[in-house]
Design a protein around this ligand. Structure first.
Ligand code: NAP
Length: 244
């Protein structure tokens, strides 16, 4: 029987590395994407060529119906979802006073409500099986706060509350819910900040480098594994010592 993982936002960056690592660990993987269909399909081809089971499914995690349809598509092609990784996320920079309603609403819709939509869609199977695992990707900015990224930092702080609350509610049903809070990771999201900010973030990271998407994928794979069987409601900060 397949062990099936759904990774949201897996066409690029951290989500892509998570999908690769989970496939290596034997999971059949659904690579969810929004805009970069070709990147997602190319990853799926790469995984299949290496002997893994994988499919790509496009869906906006903020769209409840699209998420339900995605989870049904995964069930039909791979089997019901046993592991959900809520990775899809967006960040936009700007002063709080300049943040318009659209930016505020969309940031919370994708980063917070997206995780709620996917969890709601996969939980009926997990609850009936009395097992399952949900891993949410937060951020150090959700722990620390971030100037010029108030909406983003709020959404990531909320993901920590979501993780802890859901972990408590679902523990009696044998479902573990944990969270990874990455530090500064070398992806398009950080590259968009520019070279000067990137150099500053390297300087501020005690281990003296940005993290790689694989650094985060390893943390996710650990939380998904039996080695983490007694861990739930936890925030694993993977940040090179940024917050100590
Ligand atoms: P990224 O390189 O910008 O990639 C974002 C991914 O999310 C893409 O695959 C994108 O899909 C997908 N996505 C965006 N909106 C979506 C939506 N509405 N529905 C479905 N998928 C959507 O970002 P990243 O740096 O890998 O970040 C991944 C996660 O880690 C995010 O939650 C982010 O907040 C968190 N994080 C990142 C860092 C960092 O330093 N990079 C630090 C802390 C936390 P398409 O490309 O197909 O549109």
């Amino acid at each position: 029987m397949n062990r099936v993982a759904l990774v949201t936002g897996a066409s690029r960056g951290i989500g892509r590395a998570v999908a690769v690592e989970l496939a290596r660990e034997g999971w059949a993987v659904c690579v969810n994407y929004l805009e970069h269909r070709e990147a997602a399909e190319s990853l799926v081809r790469q995984l299949r060529d290496s002997g893994h089971m994988a499919i790509a499914v496009g869906a906006d995690v903020a769209d409840r119906q699209a998420v339900e349809a995605m989870v049904q598509a995964v069930k039909a092609e791979l089997g019901p979802v046993d592991l959900l990784v809520n990775n899809a996320g967006i960040s936009r920079q700007g002063l709080f006073q300049d943040t318009d309603d659209e930016t505020w609403d969309r940031t919370l819709a994708v980063n917070l409500t997206g995780a709620r939509n996917t969890a709601k869609a996969v939980l009926p199977h997990m609850l009936s099986e009395k097992r399952g695992c949900i891993i949410n990707i937060s951020s150090i900015w959700g722990l620390r706060g971030a100037s010029c990224e108030v909406a983003y930092a709020c959404s990531k702080a909320a993901i920590i509350g979501f993780t802890r609350s859901l972990a408590l509610e679902l523990a009696p049903s044998g479902i573990r819910v944990n969270c990874v809070a990455p530090g500064c990771i070398e992806t398009d999201m950080v590259r968009a900040l520019g070279e000067e900010t990137r150099a500053m973030l390297v300087e501020e990271t005690p281990l003296g480098r940005l993290g790689t998407p694989e650094d985060i994928a390893h943390a996710v794979a650990f939380l998904a594994s039996e080695r983490a069987a007694f861990l739930t409601g936890q925030v694993l900060t993977a940040d090179g010592g940024f917050i100590v």
